[in-house]
Design a protein around this ligand. Structure first.
Ligand code: M6R
Length: 610
């Protein structure tokens, strides 16, 4: 699972591929590699670790290429070593190939090829594709690719070159995104997992569909179906809103993005609250009022942070719009037999819009006849192209692997959509305006938390040496606590368990002792007394307790060891300030522990394999 990028044109392909790969580093950074043709021979360079290391090695080796394909890897099959880094080659080293996806039957194919005498150099599933194409090659590269694809089970986007064809890149895809772009003069062509990585401001783009094969040359792109019949592809013109990533003076992207939230929340709301009419106005929204009035239930899909936002969304839909709803982890959703009807609205949430599990589950729901609303941050992403309609977060690029500002914006957009549904279903204007007033306070609440960041830094120093934590809460604070726990485990490698507070006594409380702190999210008015009892229970068993609680919350400060106070807020919107406090705590703990904060080990910003 990975990012692939290729360039063919008049310019030096190496810096272009490196820049493209850097744009794709969100898809994995375990290793990187590049290959191309120089004076009729395949030449390559690959290296375990991040792209910066590859760049250094290319420089040391004085690599020159006439055109190139490149890869940034998130390891699935085989450790993140130089040898397992892409590109991979056929036995004769005439083909170099990069791949995003998983070949599920690679073991069988590999054993078969080995029994025919083929030598493998890596542990990857990818190498079988290069070897098969090499085996079938008889001076016709397209025909060799065409013979190979039906043998592969699983998902792939591939780009490959052959020493005998020094003017072309061949690309193919199944269930994995692959876009091909070219400039207005058509003097250069680019292949990429993500069109946002084209460093052309308004590229002409086509997207490969399942089992299509493209022959990419500098001044010409031809696409064929699985029978090698030529297809006329629709060319789209994309507006690439490329902004060079910047830490804006902060030490890490993560802390910058945490601090951006008082403004990103406003961006999610701006122009969408129609105060005069007391309605929600979404731009470019194509789900009709009629469709939405008939929605009988909502099924929310997402992974990780996006699923936590979706969980909060279910509460909005029930509490504000009175529509039954549930959330499902996308990797499980597609293997279930949910009772979907044509009146079920499916909401697929993804910051990147490229998460394979979410996309697969969304496609499944579409096939069953449901309308899909996407909630997404990245324009031109697969999710935003395939959903029936998409609401964008407008949060700007999120660079840190650990998702922060996307979460608060997802929750904000979900609250707007719940209000939109509620108003279509008859919620009164006064009630709508009451919610508007509360929504408008959120940015200020977040700002108040940010202004006390140094206090959280001091608290973090006290808690940073613990290796185990519980994060607890009730109602809206359950998904908030789970999300905060995910932040801590992801960037600090600490065992942080998120639990509904009332569930501790059904088993997990057995773990509690003086070395097992509890971080309690207490900003839910409705269940206040209940969480106070839960705090007593963990305190009685010796746990150090840190509470995030609204100013003036009764009966907490005298029980807990540490308290960080939050601005008072109505229950549905309490997750915003609470999560920002949780994010800051995690950031400062990770910093104390000396972790790689923006690119934690074993992770990728966007997980593009199922
Ligand atoms: O791009 P997506 O929102 O679809 O990503 C889903 C998860 O992979 C992501 O939220 C992940 O859990 C984050 N790294 C958490 O901080």
């Amino acid at each position: 699972m990975c990012g692939i990028f290729g360039y063919i044109g008049k310019k030096d392909p190496i810096p272009i591929c490196i820049s493209g790969l850097k744009q794709l580093e969100y898809r994995g950074y375990d290793s990187a590699g590049i290959a191309g043709i120089f004076q009729g021979k395949i030449r390559s360079c690959k290296e375990a670790g991040k792209i910066a290391r590859l760049e250094k090695k290319i420089h040391q080796e004085h690599l020159n290429l006439e055109f190139a394909i490149g890869h940034t890897r998130w390891a699935t099959h085989g450790k993140p070593t130089d040898q397992n880094a892409h590109p991979h080659f056929d036995d004769k080293s005439t083909i170099a190939l990069v791949h995003n996806g998983i070949i599920e039957n690679y073991q069988t194919l590999r054993e078969q090829l080995q029994s025919e005498g083929v030598r493998f150099l890596s542990e990857t599933d990818t190498e079988v594709i290069a070897q098969l194409i090499g085996k079938f090659y008889e001076n016709d590269l397209l025909a060799a690719v065409q013979k190979t694809l039906p043998l592969l089970r699983g998902s792939f986007a591939i780009a490959l070159i052959h020493a005998n064809h020094p003017d072309q890149i061949v690309a193919a895809a199944r269930q994995s995104p692959l876009s091909i772009g070219f400039d207005d003069e058509h003097s250069e062509s680019i292949v990429s997992s993500d069109p946002n990585a084209f460093l052309i401001s308004t590229p002409n783009v086509l997207f490969l569909r399942n089992d299509e094969i493209a022959l990419v040359q500098a001044n010409r792109i031809r696409v064929f179906n699985s029978q090698l019949q030529h297809i006329d592809k629709k060319i789209e013109r994309l507006e690439n809103d490329y902004q060079a990533p910047s830490k804006g003076g902060f030490e890490h992207y993560l802390i910058k993005e945490i601090f951006e939230q008082s403004s990103t929340i406003q961006k999610a709301l701006i122009g969408r609250l129609n105060e005069e009419k007391a309605t929600i106005d979404f731009e470019q929204f194509s789900l009709s009022d009629e469709t939405l009035k008939n929605v009988s239930n909502i099924w929310i899909l997402g992974c990780g942070t996006s699923a936590h936002a979706g969980w909060i969304g279910t509460m909005f839909f029930e509490d504000i719009a009175h529509v039954p709803s549930s959330v499902e982890i996308a990797s499980e959703a597609r293997y279930r037999n949910p009772l979907l009807t044509p009146n079920t609205l499916v909401i697929a949430i993804s910051q990147s819009g490229e998460t394979a599990d979410t996309i697969a589950a969304m496609r499944e729901a579409k096939q069953r006849g449901c309308k899909v609303l996407g909630i997404c941050n990245v324009a031109n992403s697969t999710l935003s192209r395939e959903a029936d309609s998409t609401l964008f977060l407008k949060a700007g690029p999120e660079m840190s692997v650990c998702s922060t500002k996307a979460f608060s914006s997802q929750v904000a957009v979900l609250s707007l959509f719940a209000l939109h549904l509620a108003s279509l279903k008859g919620l009164g204007k006064d009630e709508m305006r009451r919610y508007f007033n509360e929504l408008k306070k959120i940015s200020g609440h977040i700002q108040q938390v940010l202004e006390k960041a140094s206090l959280l830094q001091t608290i973090a120093k006290k808690y940073a040496h613990y290796d185990d934590f519980f994060f607890i809460g009730r109602r809206y604070m359950v998904p908030t606590g789970l999300e905060a726990a995910l932040k801590l485990k992801e960037i600090s490698y600490v065992n942080a368990n998120g639990y509904p507070a009332g569930e501790l006594k059904h088993g997990p409380i057995a773990l509690i002792n003086q070395k097992f702190p509890v971080v309690a999210f207490c900003a839910n008015e409705q269940t206040h007394e209940k969480i106070v009892s839960n705090l007593m229970e963990v305190k009685a068993r010796g746990a150090p307790v840190l509470a995030f609680a609204p100013e003036g919350a009764h009966g907490i400060s005298n029980i807990v060891d540490d308290i960080f106070t939050l601005p008072p807020c109505i229950d549905p919107f309490a997750p915003f300030a609470s999560i920002v406090a949780g994010q800051l705590l995690s950031y400062y703990i990770a910093k104390e522990r000396g972790c790689d904060i923006d690119q934690p080990r074993n992770l990728a910003k966007s997980v593009t394999v199922e």
